[in-house]
Design a protein around this ligand. Structure first.
Ligand SMILES: NC(=O)c1ccc[n+]([C@@H]2O[C@H](COP(=O)([O-])OP(=O)(O)OC[C@H]3O[C@@H](n4cnc5c(N)ncnc54)[C@H](OP(=O)(O)O)[C@@H]3O)[C@@H](O)[C@H]2O)c1
Length: 321
């Protein structure tokens, strides 16, 4: 079988011929149909991720067939007993254990969930990791209610777009930031009210003037722009932080945080309960994941480059069959 393997910091990734996995007790052998990239895969390819193991097949998102059914895979491994945080044995599919960028994968039977019937195979492949992260950040951490005002940063990203779709489905009003005016227009077509280009120096000024402030902010960038998010938060606002694409947080005013009684909430992935709820939410509201582009496994390099350059609007999918 074919699989995209991590070969070490210098060699990066290689599309290799591998032995078909042997299944152990409680596992099914899935014939993989499609997988999707997450920024995690790009960090791994660059050697910028903890606990890297050479020879591992990458990929956290995937859909495949087994026993006559079509299933998506829950990328959580050993979340643990607490809903509030993952336990010490927690890992994510696709490092340090073999992941979905391969034509076959052995998966514990309790990790697979039937594909929602309203979405295609490619759309289903796009859902698991980013959908789970967005769901927990919005609903479990920020406790989003209908009619609240939400700001989502970097809308071209996979998690950000799910957060946008989920918040709109819940009846919230959504604004976005992006490095590209075109992506803000694409978000408006999905139902967002407007946005700002984070590459401009005073990108927060018009949002502040026109909207006043946000009840909920979902951020995966951090970096120097985070200070502006604190200014854009309304009194009592909740800010969920799930990523650090733009680096360290600097020059944040402590006074603004405590005077406004802000809650800054770290969020990573989600529990297995969150995963089941997220898939049910997607089915109930007939949400269709946004696919940016689809590549074959042999064109994996183009897919990784597209994500690395932040060119995407939505998920980048690899077809495997
Ligand atoms: N904690 C978790 O469980 C978890 C889960 C998934 C992802 N993450 C992390 O969250 C981040 C996003 O992941 P992803 O898979 O959604 O990535 P992605 O699809 O590659 O999206 C990254 C997006 O970040 C935006 N961006 C880049 N620089 C920015 C800046 N200075 N300010 C605001 N936005 C900026 C870009 O948006 P535009 O294209 O609109 O400019 C880009 O499309 C990554 O750092 C990833 O490691 C964490």
């Amino acid at each position: 079988m074919d699989g995209l393997v991590y070969r070490g910091v210098k060699a990066s990734l290689e599309l290799a011929k591998l032995d078909r996995p042997k299944i152990r007790d409680g596992e099914v052998l899935m014939t993989m149909q499609a997988a999707a990239l997450n920024h995690r895969d790009v960090w791994i390819a660059k050697g910028l991720y903890p606990n890297l193991r050479e020879g591992i097949v990458l990929g956290s998102d995937g859909v495949g067939t087994a026993d006559g059914g079509v299933y998506i895979i829950n990328p959580n491994q050993e979340w643990g007993l607490q809903e509030a945080y993952s336990g010490p044995g927690y890992t994510i599919l696709g490092m340090p254990n073999h992941g979905t960028f391969a034509t076959y994968l052995a998966v514990p039977r309790h990790r697979i969930v039937e594909k929602p019937s309203h979405i295609s195979t490619e759309e289903a492949a796009a859902l698991p990791l980013a959908g789970l992260t967005a769901y927990r950040a919005l609903f479990k951490k920020c406790q989003l209610s209908a009619n609240e005002k939400v700001l989502i940063t970097g809308i071209g990203g996979g998690v950000a777009l799910f957060a946008c779709q989920f918040a709109l489905a819940k009846g919230a009003q959504v604004w976005v930031t992006s490095g590209s005016a075109q992506k803000i227009d694409q978000a408006k077509l999905l139902g967002a009210s407007g946005g700002a280009i984070y590459k401009e120096t005073d990108w927060d000024r018009d949002l502040k003037k026109n909207i006043g402030g946000f009840d909920v902010i979902i951020d995966g960038a951090a970096g120097p722009g985070f200070a502006k998010l604190i200014s854009l938060a309304r009194p009592g606002a909740r800010i969920a932080l799930y990523g650090g694409t733009a680096g360290e947080i600097k020059q944040v005013s402590p006074q603004k945080i405590f005077w406004k009684q802000l809650q800054i909430l770290g969020s990573t992935m989600g529990s297995d309960k969150d995963f089941s709820e997220m898939v049910a939410f997607v089915s109930e509201y007939k949400i269709r994941p946004v696919i940016d582009a689809t590549f074959t496994l042999s064109s994996w390099q183009s897919a990784f480059e597209r994500m690395d350059r932040s060119e995407q609007f939505g998920k980048i999918v690899l077809t495997l069959d």
